[in-house]
Design a binder for this molecule. Sequence first.
Ligand SMILES: *[C@@H]1O[C@H](CO)[C@@H](O)[C@H](O)[C@H]1NC(C)=O
Ligand SMILES: *[C@@H]1O[C@H](CO)[C@@H](O)[C@H](O)[C@H]1NC(C)=O
Ligand SMILES: *[C@@H]1O[C@H](CO)[C@@H](O)[C@H](O)[C@H]1NC(C)=O
Ligand SMILES: *[C@@H]1O[C@H](CO)[C@@H](O)[C@H](O)[C@H]1NC(C)=O
Ligand SMILES: *[C@@H]1O[C@H](CO)[C@@H](O)[C@H](O)[C@H]1NC(C)=O
Length: 690
Amino acid sequence: MESCVKGTLWMILTLLTPPLFDCKTFCPKSCECQSVGHILCRDRNGRDLLQLLTVHTYTLLLDKANMNVLSEKSLSNKTLLLRFGVTNSHLHTIHPLAFHAAPQLKSIKLTDNDLSTLPAQVFSPLSVIEEIYLDGNQLEIIGPDMFEGLDRLLILDLSRNKIRDLPPDMFDGLSNLFLLNLGRNNIKKLSPTIFHTLTKLQLLRMYYNELEVLEPGIFDRLKSLNVLSLHHNQIKSLPPRVFWSLENLTDLTLSSNQLKGVPHKSFYNMTKLKKLTIYSNPLLSLPDELMGHMPDMTQFYLYDTNLITVPGNLFANMSGLLELNLHLNDKLRYLPPDLFCCLPNLKKLSLRNNSLQDLPPNLFSTLATMKILLLNDNKLKTLPENIFQDLTSLVTIDLKNNDLNTLPGDIFLSNTALKAVTLSENPWNCDCAIREFVRWIRENDRIVLDKDDVICHSPLFSLLRGLHTLPDDEFSFCDEKTTGSLFLIQTVSHEPTQTPYYTSVTPTTKSTTSETTTYSATVYTSASSQADTIPNGLPVFHDVLMVKQGPDYVHHDTQTPYYTSDTPTTKSTTLETTPYSPMVYTAASSQADVTPIASPVFYDLLVVEEGPEYVHHNIHKHWVYVWFLPSGSALVGSIMFCYILLLVVGLVLILAAIYGMHRLGTAMDKINAECAQNEEHTMLSDLVHA
Ligand SMILES: *[C@@H]1O[C@H](CO)[C@@H](O)[C@H](O)[C@H]1NC(C)=O
Ligand SMILES: *[C@@H]1O[C@H](CO)[C@@H](O)[C@H](O)[C@H]1NC(C)=O
Ligand SMILES: *[C@@H]1O[C@H](CO)[C@@H](O)[C@H](O)[C@H]1NC(C)=O
Ligand SMILES: *[C@@H]1O[C@H](CO)[C@@H](O)[C@H](O)[C@H]1NC(C)=O
Ligand SMILES: *[C@@H]1O[C@H](CO)[C@@H](O)[C@H](O)[C@H]1NC(C)=O
């Protein structure tokens, strides 16, 4: 409002005109007369104008008037002047008796000038003054008696100056003051009694200062206060009960301070509170009883703190909350089960950009009116079954950028109003468990806003495929599980450990595995040997290795560049007996280019078909090497034989070609030499004949 007025009105010049005069007849040059008694002017020389004006002026506001000095006579003979202002005019000096000529003034506005000092008691003749605006100057020190006796003062604006200290009794006697603005100064400390006579104060602005402490009892007499702005200071701690007398408070801003904690019951006894900000404080914890009954609070923000968790009843007294933004707390890991118990009107809940790893099962069970739920940019690994079951009004849910592997197919079953789901940037594991969820995505692909980026991170053969592109029969192998031809090996470690460990394949627990027990593969994973070569952040080993009866090769299906090669490697492993043929290379580094995934995730699922006896895999410089021993079958033997035969034949052919080239070369030389001789002969004989 204030700035709006400043920005739009240039100079308002209003003349008190005799009843029959039209104001236009009194309109000074470059002024604009809007209606009877109201004139707007701009860029006029203030001193000229003051001389021009008659005794009838009652409101005079000069903007950009280039008036450096307010002299003893500037206001003389303006006995009807009630409102006087000089703004944006480089005013730097006020004569000590400048206001003696106009003791009837009710308002003085000296905003945005160059005042660095004020004469002592310059305002004291103004016994009926109601407003003093000194904002936007260079004031550093203000004398203790500057506002003495101005007991009709309603508004005092000292903001945007360079005030460091305020005398303790500076505001004494201002018993009608309504607004006190001390914002954007350099105030470090306030006397505990400085506001004690301001019993009618409704707005106290102290934001953007250097306050480090609040004295106990400093606000005790401010019974009428509605707005207390303390944001952007350096306040490290609050005295207990410092706000308790502020029963009429509607706005309290404490954001952007240095609070590491807040005393027990700090915000009790403020039943009219509509706005409370405590974000952007390095809060480490909050007490169990903090918020008193505050039913008028409709929005609450708590972000940019160091909180790891919050008390379970933190919002219990904010029953009118429509929007709760508990987000951008990068250490926030746990939420208590009943945190949102008592928010029957909540429409929007933002929990994004925290570090949440899991959620209590019934966290949202009371939020039947909620429309927007933001859970994106967390570290959620799983979601409890039925967690969204009671969110029957839910329209939007964002689950982007978490650690989700899979979700149950019926997770959104009861969210019938759902219109927008975001699921990308999760390491989806496209194995059997995700089958039903994939089906849900296919059936609801208009709801999934980012469906093209909802891609498999595993298993290997599905890497980077969109979940919505996986046909159902792709999962038909899941049904085979029940026939018992699959072995599941659960290897445990994701982190390099000091000791090598061994996991052997055991038949699945399914009953029909007895006939397939001939397959006994062993997985050897030597974590310690890899420890130095594993790129940071990569999961080291595969969660599941499936060994399946089938053709004798390591099988992997993928749509993105992978390199498969038969080239033998020289890598020696712990195998002593049989020679082994390396089969699969997968270059993780080359995938890093094609995938938008932040950390190239390694394959949680590797399918090896037809019972290799021994599998070894290793990660070296972003490559995964997989070796396995061929089984003793004749087929493998013949394939090996063919392979070696091909190599030998190839080698022989190359040698033969080289030899052939050599022979050809020497033959050509000979022919060339003979030709040269012949030519010489004919030339000689020609000469002879000539
Ligand atoms: C004020 O009015 C008096 C009498 O009308 C006159 O003598 C005096 O010069 C005026 N002062 C100014 C500054 O105009
Ligand atoms: C608090 O506000 C109400 C209404 O806004 C008002 O009637 C009451 O006088 C105020 N209390 C104090 C102590 O100013
Ligand atoms: C609220 O404030 C009043 C007056 O300051 C005080 O008497 C009362 O004990 C306070 N109530 C609570 C619950 O703190
Ligand atoms: C809610 O407010 C009431 C009244 O101020 C208080 O007695 C109660 O302890 C508060 N609850 C919590 C959880 O702070
Ligand atoms: C939220 O988190 C994501 C991922 O960590 C980050 O890219 C984004 O900038 C964060 N948003 C904000 C506003 O900090």
